[in-house]
Design a binder for this molecule. Structure first.
Ligand SMILES: *Cc1c(COP(=O)(O)O)cnc(C)c1O
Length: 362
């Protein structure tokens, strides 16, 4: 018998990213991975270029300048920040550090797919709490917490539904959890949220011993290809992350570009304004075509069709119009498609495809 990995590792299917290519089209609207259509801040790109000078040297193993820049912009203590190779790395490390065989990890039924994947590879049991109206249900999560539960993972706003929990609901979720259960609030889309009662959870993490917030440079900052994320939490959890992460987990160009990116608040403001405008525009166009488009606090819109067959036909219609969007079967939503907010031309292509779909015989 060949060497066998730990139990759980072969029990998951590897995560699959969104499609990138559509042969035969001169212009493809890539709306499958929630990427920033503006690219990245010019200041970030310049810092990336400059970093080439030092590539023979190891990176700063503590990402100190990047943490300082993040701390300044967000008003957080840099000593409580840990940087990672994308927030996925930090989410995976948190899972492995706090959960193993015999333990349970609770997540919301239509939450981010990486939570059950990481829980399973860690040997723990992922437990899905049902949702009400495609929104995280605090009571359903709390009802699934048992003495075996080590962690609760929550994306807020959530991918792929676009729904969110208010500050008060977050507080209620936290208040209902035992102190020894880790609450991970994944705020990958925090910048896009426009609801007045939204909170990324940092204020909760600042005064609780069991709350960690993760953030990313992959979405609003347009640096998905560089792999930069960060976590903010209490000293005990920060210490754990610093023990289990790789010593040089964030490459020098990523640290430099990230520090420049976080300081370019104009770029962030322009990206948010564009997203807010086109998110509303696209939902209206979908609804005008008779297609349900869920409210969203993120940089994508979830479309819900009559059934799986209709969603399949809509996917084909998008592709025929040069538009790539994301299928949702793996999220338990086979009747849905997720459409990222792209550039204005992308959004016109996507809306035209919806009109074409609506004009087809059912
Ligand atoms: C995109 C996304 C992330 C970001 O992952 P990175 O590893 O930072 O690129 C994290 N959580 C959710 C819910 C996401 O959709």
């Amino acid at each position: 018998m060949p060497p066998q990995p730990r139990p759980g590792i072969l029990a998951t299917e590897p995560y699959q990213g969104g499609e990138k290519e559509l042969p035969g089209f001169s212009r493809v609207a890539r709306l499958a991975s929630n990427e920033n259509p503006f690219g990245a801040s010019p200041r970030a790109l310049e810092a990336y270029e400059t970093a080439r000078e030092g590539l023979n040297r190891y990176p700063d193993g503590h990402s100190a300048a990047l943490r300082t820049a993040i701390g300044e912009v967000h008003g957080l203590d840099p000593a409580r920040i840990v940087c990672g190779a994308g927030s996925d790395e930090l989410i995976g490390l948190l899972t492995e550090a706090y959960a193993g065989p015999g333990d349970r990890v609770v997540y919301s039924r239509h939450g981010f797919l990486m939570y059950p994947i990481f829980a399973t590879t860690a040997g723990a049991t992922p437990v899905a709490a049902p949702e009400a109206n495609l929104t995280t249900d605090v009571d359903a999560i709390l009802a699934r917490v048992t003495p075996e539960t080590r962690a609760v993972f929550l994306a807020n706003p959530n991918n792929p539904t676009g729904s969110y929990l208010s500050r008060a609901s977050l507080e209620r979720l936290h208040a209902g959890l035992p102190e020894d259960v880790l609450l991970v609030i994944d705020a990958a889309y925090a910048e896009y949220a426009t609801a007045g009662d939204y909170s990324d959870g940092a204020e909760l993490a600042a005064r609780s011993g069991n709350v960690v917030v993760t953030r990313t440079f992959s979405k609003i900052y347009g640096l998905a290809g560089l792999r930069i994320g960060w976590a903010y939490g209490p000293p005990g959890i920060v210490d754990v992350l610093n023990r289990v992460r790789m010593p040089f987990n964030v490459a020098t160009p990523a640290q430099e570009a990230g520090a420049a990116a976080v300081q370019d608040r104009d770029f962030v403001a322009r990206s948010v304004a564009h997203n807010t405008q086109w998110r509303a525009w696209f939902r209206e166009r979908a609804q005008a075509a008779g297609i349900e488009a869920l409210p969203s606090e993120a940089n994508f819109v979830l479309l819900r069709f009559a059934d799986e067959d209709a969603a399949e036909r809509a996917l084909s219609t998008f592709k025929a119009g040069g538009v790539l969007v994301r299928q949702m079967g793996k999220y338990g939503l086979p009747d849905c498609l997720r459409v990222s907010i792209g550039g204005s031309e992308d959004m016109h292509m996507a809306a035209d495809a919806l009109d074409a779909f609506a004009g087809q015989p059912g």
